[in-house]
Design a protein around this ligand. Structure first.
Ligand SMILES: Cc1cc2nc3c(=O)[nH]c(=O)nc-3n(C[C@H](O)[C@H](O)[C@H](O)COP(=O)(O)OP(=O)(O)OC[C@H]3O[C@@H](n4cnc5c(N)ncnc54)[C@H](O)[C@@H]3O)c2cc1C
Length: 502
């Protein structure tokens, strides 16, 4: 069989299939190391990596699933410490307003310590690593391939997995119609990697302590009609980009394809605190601009072919769903291939789930864009994401980890309907306080992390006491949760050898 595209999704899946005994050719039009965007991982991504590591004997995947283990085992692969998700709301022409605990600021911790924290992946390093490991596992890797179809013909493959991302190899080959009309989110992107970016603690000193240092996170600077991500790697380089809705873009430029450097400068000029953080920053590669980052197809699988999530659909980087979703798809496809080629029923199931999950991501993100003008609304909408993901994480750690369970609450009778309903409410323009109250009540049956608590002032640590108190939401007894606490707190110490994998 063949996999087209050697981003991490293509090469990790290729390696798993080789471990299962399949003959796999992995075809790449470029070559590694190469720049790629999409860097920030999440607890669900790292749990999936750990499961893949255990099931298929891939010890490096286990080590790369926690910042401490990564540093100890693979210091040469660049990464950034990600303790959680940080959000600030900025207003045009005004410095960020430090109102102490009442600032427009939201911090949600994803891990209790640096050792078991998530990481930002410097994709040039990480993707290259996964390709090398795929080759070592027996994958036949071909790069600099100019004509992918001819290469496939040469290998007479019986099945094609498209991991070409927005490159859309099979979309073109099979003329798969676009499904973009289903996607409600629309955003443009201006982005690069930078050095000499000042941390927020330098630019806005004296904010009350959060559960982790604000910059050790996926930083989100919410602005009018958009937001900026800022991901700091451990070598000081920062990956940053503004995602702008059509309204957000129009507020800064009338050009449909603006000059990226000028657009960047204008945005920094409009938001003084972000401008101060980037005042001395130098782009380490040319700034890029994309007028629309969404794509979506109408099909994700067919006879003897299947698409990886990023080849099928992409919505927006908000909430960092891409890596976790791709790894979940790798787990599902790996199961499909365990006994030979997948049976059509399994592929139809895969396709149905991917479609529902792409819709779900889109509704949640579209709702967040609707809410961006009012930080309280935005923070409440974000809590739907955090409640959903923390519940899924706790279930996967403590109860069961079925790769076929839906991503982002799909299939969950409580969480599943929330993104659609919240988008509906946000579009109606809810009265002040109503939406926040509705979110608090709607997530309550799954809220194992104590979200929507006014006393927390939008600063949420990983609170295991709350988890213990709310054990019943997971269907577990207090004793069962307490017994799991050491593992939840510590993960595996970094000075121990890699897990012995079965
Ligand atoms: C601006 C932005 C920010 C993002 N931020 C995050 C984030 O913080 N966290 C997160 O989880 N996700 C994020 N994502 C999503 C993330 O980028 C994707 O989930 C991830 O890159 C998917 O990896 P992949 O291996 O499937 O595809 P890709 O990384 O896109 O790799 C595709 C590969 O296929 C190759 N290729 C393309 N066409 C062909 C062809 N015809 N023949 C042969 N090879 C081909 C390409 O050269 C490339 O190497 C972001 C996405 C964007 C656009």
């Amino acid at each position: 069989m063949a996999i087209v595209g050697s981003g991490f999704a293509g090469s990790v899946l290729a390696r798993v299939l080789a471990v299962q005994g399949h003959r796999v050719v992995l075809i790449e039009r470029g070559a590694h190391p190469r720049f790629a965007i999409g860097e920030s991982t999440t607890p669900l991504a790292n749990l999936a990596l750990e499961r893949l590591a255990r099931r298929y004997g891939m010890a490096d995947c286990y080590d790369l699933a926690a910042h401490g283990r990564w540093l100890a085992r693979y210091p040469e692969l660049m990464r950034g410490l990600k303790r959680g998700f940080t959000f600030y709301r900025h207003h045009p022409g005004e410095p960020f307003a430090d109102r102490g605990l009442n600032s427009e600021r939201l911090l949600v911790a994803a891990s209790p310590s640096d050792a078991i924290a998530d990481s930002h992946w410097l994709r040039a390093d990480v993707d290259h690593h996964f390709v090398r490991e795929a080759i070592a596992a027996g994958v036949d890797y071909r790069d600099h391939v100019e004509d992918t179809s001819a290469e496939l013909d040469r290998h007479r493959v019986d099945f094609v997995i498209d991991a070409s991302g927005p490159g859309g190899f099979l979309a073109r080959e099979l003329s798969i119609p676009s499904g973009l009309a289903r996607t409600q989110t629309r955003s443009a992107l201006v982005f690069s990697h930078f050095k000499d970016v000042r941390p927020m603690a330098d630019v806005v000193p004296g904010l009350p302590d959060g559960p982790y240092p604000d910059d050790c996170a996926a930083m989100h600077h919410v602005i009018d009609g958009g937001w900026m991500y800022s991901l700091r790697f451990d070598n000081g380089v920062v990956s940053a980009g503004f995602a702008l809705s059509p309204r957000g873009l129009a507020a800064v430029t009338a050009a449909r394809t603006p000059d990226a450097t000028r657009l960047w400068r204008d945005l920094l000029g409009r938001y003084p605190t972000i401008g101060a953080a980037f005042a001395d920053a130098k782009a380490v590669m040319p700034l890029g601009f994309r007028s629309r980052i969404q794509h979506r197809l109408t099909r994700a699988a067919g006879p003897r072919w299947v698409l990886m999530p990023h080849a099928y659909a992409f919505v927006d980087p908000l909430f960092s769903t891409g890596i976790a979703w791709s790894l979940r798809a790798i787990e599902r496809l790996a199961l499909c291939f365990e006994d030979g080629l997948p049976d059509p029923k399994a592929l139809r199931r895969y396709e149905r789930l991917l479609g529902a999950e792409a819709d779900q991501i889109d509704r949640l993100v579209a709702g967040a864009y609707e809410a961006m003008d009012h930080f309280a609304l935005f923070a409440a909408q974000a809590l739907i994401y955090f409640a959903t993901m923390s519940f899924a994480e706790a279930r996967q750690r403590l109860v069961e980890a079925d790769p076929w369970s839906g991503f982002l609450g799909v299939g969950d009778p409580v969480l599943g309907p929330l993104p659609r309903e919240s988008l509906r409410r946000l579009r109606r323009g809810p009265k002040r306080g109503d939406f926040e109250r509705w979110v608090a009540a709607a997530i309550a049956p799954r809220n194992i992390a104590g979200f929507a608590d006014p006393a927390a002032h939008n600063l949420y640590p990983v609170d295991l006491d709350v988890l213990v108190d709310r054990h019943a939401l997971l269907g577990l007894s207090r004793e069962e949760i307490i017994a799991a606490l050491p593992a939840l707190r510590g993960g595996v110490a970094t000075n121990q050898p890699s897990v012995v994998l079965p």
